[in-house]
Design a protein around this ligand. Sequence first.
Ligand code: COA
Ligand code: AMP
Length: 624
Amino acid sequence: MVLSAHSEDTSNFWMSQINRIPWQKKPTVSYGPGVDGLNHWFPDGILNTSYLALDHHIESGKGEDTAIIYDSPVTKTKTKLSYFQLLESVEKMAFVLDSFGVKKGDTVVIYMPMIPEALVSMLACARIGAVHSVVFGGFAPHELAVRLDDCRPKLVITSSYGVEVSKIIPYKPLLDEAMHLSNHKPEYVILKSRPNLEVIMHTGRDFDWDELMETAGKKKSVPVSASDPLYILYTSGTTGKPKGVVRDNGGHAIAMHYSMETIYDMKPGEVFFAASDVGWVVGHSYIVYAPLIYGCTTVLYEGKPVRTPDAGAFYRIIEEYNVKTLFCAPTAFRAIRKEDPEGKELSKYNISSLKYLFLAGERTDPVTYDWACELLKVPVVDHWWQTETGWAIAANMMGSNPLPAKAGSATKPVTGFDVRILDEEGHEVNQGEKGNIVIKLPLPPGCLPTLWMDHKNYESSYLSHYPGYYLTGDGGYFDEDGYLFILGRIDDVINVAGHRLSTGEMEEIVAENPAIAESAVIGIADEIKGQVPLAIVVCKDGVVLEEKAVESDITHRIREKIGAIASLKTVVFVKRLPKTRSGKILRKTMRKMIDGETYVIPSTIDDPSILEEVMDAVQLKIQR
Ligand code: COA
Ligand code: AMP
């Protein structure tokens, strides 16, 4: 079904989907003002997301079904939790949160590794109508502090450490440091202890998860409005201030359920493996909420695609747990291919249960796509989406309308997303022509209604560029068959190993080095990670410096402030940066030149010789 704009058809279509989930009060209105006065889907519906994901399945006689398979090669642990067992833990944690005074509408930050307690925490918040904000464990204290200040949680849930291949990441001291840096000081911390690491606890503030759970009662789910927020998930924008994407309860539940059937072709009871992290949107939607709301088994994997212990890790999981659908970032398959190009590891496993590989988070290059198709012999589905939308904007909808695939394309817009390509003036371009990808308003259920406590920023970031349309921030085109090709970001956002990061923020951090006059950080192609940042810097006149020392200071600052995942390793020193006559740095031109793409030097360039100088310096340093 093709739905365009907000018409009777759109309203009727989404209203026809409401019986997918059990409501406490069914909505009678498809789209309109919710409790916050902003537009939401199903605004007068009442429900509870934790009830949908847990109690409902138990009431339907599926309590013994496996909800979570936790597989952690890094700690050599494997556990299964039935829906009964998961509900029991969630009821207790909800009770604990309630006893700490966490009420409906309060915020809770969750800073945890990939352990079942992270999911329990999320669902416990949902149960009492508290709004969780999960912060990816790879973020440094500064990033965590920025999020604490923005969403002002009453309480933080954490764990003593995460495990990265062979090293430990001590989360609790990182949280302590973040709480030292932040202006907002959460009242309480709940800590899930992991073995063999002593953690310093602050009396009166820090409490032990296990002790609290031992004496906890059970908390029933509280009714919330479909328009009430379920969670906030921060994502990188163009500046150092991340955007707090808000997800409401009602639209999200419908979108999650609908997508499991129509996009991923899942049936309740089957096994879904999203190899991401609960700190990212893929983790929220497809490790936690969608599989559980839909009654599937979700695999919670605390490991990497390679090195834990080898490039056969995903195949082992598929065989061991009968995985039907695997969802990961293309970078994972690039890493597997690099270590095992002939697919020798695969021959050790029986992966006949696997029906699909879905890829998202960054562009899938045709080489990786072809290799994965050839190796796995199942459909490889590249689909395109963002933290903001919470589910796929464009995909091959394997459960409802499978189409022949085209390498490099995310196939066609998903039902409910009216995708257009506009030029700078807002005119629709012809098929085959490139432009800015936008979505005609309103966005379908599940997409962000606003940014946390900052609706103005929501409007200026996404809606004001083209009135009536949501600006995705990606460029692309439709081919002659209506297939959508994503060409990459049109702003200062890059994707490093599927992690969305802001080069604008990196430039702000580079500028903190006292020797730096100005800089440009750009994302350049990387064989495994898709993109990695490269800093091109100009030092202040008269500064006597050791380039090596400045480079190491800059890379250290980025690690300290954003986290090791940013992977900024190279700094190029130049005398001047290439600019237009109006002073705009030619970041895009430089990126294209470095990546060997076709480029056009803008006619407004101030001094072409500077561009040549800079490219020479870059080539010398990175030797491409
Ligand atoms: N907590 C703390 N630190 C983390 C972390 C986490 N959750 N995840 C990564 N890091 C650290 C790593 O330890 C590493 O630190 P180091 O520089 O001190 O060694 C750094 O961040 C970079 O790690 P990573 O991005 O994982 O690179 P890698 O070279 O170790 O591994 C891949 C490469 C491709 C195997 C890996 O990036 C990967 O598994 N990517 C998939 C990512 C993904 O699922 N994205 C979700 C999008 S859907
Ligand atoms: P995130 O919000 O972290 O999910 O990142 C969203 C961004 O990742 C998008 O705006 C795109 O730039 C990129 N992205 C996600 N999926 C794809 C895809 N299938 N192809 C190309 N880019 C993608």
